[in-house]
Design a protein around this ligand. Structure first.
Ligand code: HEM
Length: 329
């Protein structure tokens, strides 16, 4: 049901954009909505990060899986239990670039007996990595629509991505990779009963939305050609804040752009914010230096020490009056 609803939502978005392109709403869909989406994105992204940055983190709670720094003769596992800022940086970089913790992902299955069996599950890691890297490369390649002259690294990335020179225009490896990855990520939610049970609208919607963006992009490149000069004129005008909508953009382009606009506006309010959240996660960005630094919980009440001698001094008259003899006199 959640999958159907999100598919329907993407269908409605596609329908709206198709209608708008025929109804002379080009300026709204190519200029007003993309600008609004970017404002929403920036506002939402910053608000989320500031909110997380302001949350108190009174304890050191890094998730570790190795020997922490202790006595000199006990070898510390610098990667799994980082103690310095640099070690945290290296662990974070490996997490962000290669999804190290997802590599350890396991699958639980109930076999005959009944017996609960855990097995390694590297496919999720592999396809998640393929998806994110392909998305990044596609995103960087798209800079050619917004820049004149096109930066050298965009052209270099484009030749590398089209290295096999299959078809005209060349087929990009990242297009194939992202389609395969999206198929896997969606298929996993359908095929695995446990994952299906916990999958919400918000899990399917971004997948279908991105699938819509990729499919319309591939269609534009290989099947229903668009006027790239017109697209570039729009892109450059948008980036230079002097928007102008050229003629000849076509319905497919408006659909592609509207789905992208939706993705941008939706981003900060969705689970996609893990892009920023991973850096703000105290289980990842804190050093495990509990044995080398004394951490005091700032929420602790300010308890003033009251020594025995100070107490004795305070009550010495009462003690004498009562005739008590204290042991430590
Ligand atoms: C999240 C952002 C976006 C994603 C993931 C995306 C994805 C894609 C993909 C996968 C393709 C297929 C060909 C290729 O890989 O280059 C494509 C093509 C295309 N995209 Fe996008 N796109 C995005 C944003 C945009 C924007 C903002 C524009 C408008 C300026 C745009 C305009 C186009 C055009 C004109 C093509 C056809 C390219 C060609 O014929 O070579 N895309 N897009």
């Amino acid at each position: 049901m959640n999958a159907l609803l999100s598919l329907l939502a993407v269908g409605v978005l596609i329908g709206l954009a198709a209608l708008a392109s025929g109804a002379g709403l080009g300026f709204v869909f190519a200029v007003v909505l993309p600008y609004l989406a970017i404002l929403l994105f920036l506002g939402g992204f910053i608000a989320k990060i500031v909110g997380w940055a302001k949350s108190p983190v009174p304890f050191r709670i890094p998730t570790v899986s190795g020997q922490q720094k202790a006595l000199d003769w006990i070898p510390q596992n610098k990667l799994e239990s980082p103690v310095t800022g640099f070690q945290v940086f290296v662990r974070m970089a490996l997490e962000v670039l290669f999804f190290r913790s997802l590599f350890r992902n396991t699958r639980a299955e109930l076999r005959e007996g009944p017996r609960l069996v855990y097995a390694a599950d590297k496919f999720l890691w592999l396809f998640a990595l393929l998806f994110h890297w392909s998305f990044l490369v596609i995103f960087i390649r798209h800079l050619r629509f917004f820049t004149e002259p096109v930066p050298f690294f965009v052209t270099a990335l484009e030749s590398l991505d089209g290295f096999f020179e299959v078809g005209i225009p060349f087929l990009f490896l990242t297009d194939l990779a992202i389609l395969a990855a999206l198929a896997f990520l969606l298929g996993r939610r359908f095929a695995n009963p446990q994952v299906r049970y916990i999958s919400l609208f918000a899990d399917y919607f971004p997948l279908f939305l991105i699938l819509g963006i990729v499919v319309t992009g591939v269609l534009m490149r290989h099947f229903a050609k668009v006027d790239i000069h017109a697209v570039k004129a729009l892109g450059v005008s948008l980036l230079s804040l002097s928007p102008a909508v050229p003629a000849g953009l076509g319905a497919l382009f408006f659909i592609h752009l509207f789905l992208v606009t939706t993705l941008i506006a939706y981003f900060p309010w969705s689970k996609l914010m893990h892009l920023g959240g991973v850096f703000m996660s105290p289980t990842r960005n804190l050093a495990n230096n509990n044995r080398t630094v004394r951490h005091v919980n700032p929420w602790n009440p300010d308890v003033k020490p009251h020594s025995f001698d100070a107490w004795k001094e305070e009550f010495k008259d009462e003690i004498a009056q009562a005739g008590y003899k204290l042991e430590r006199d």
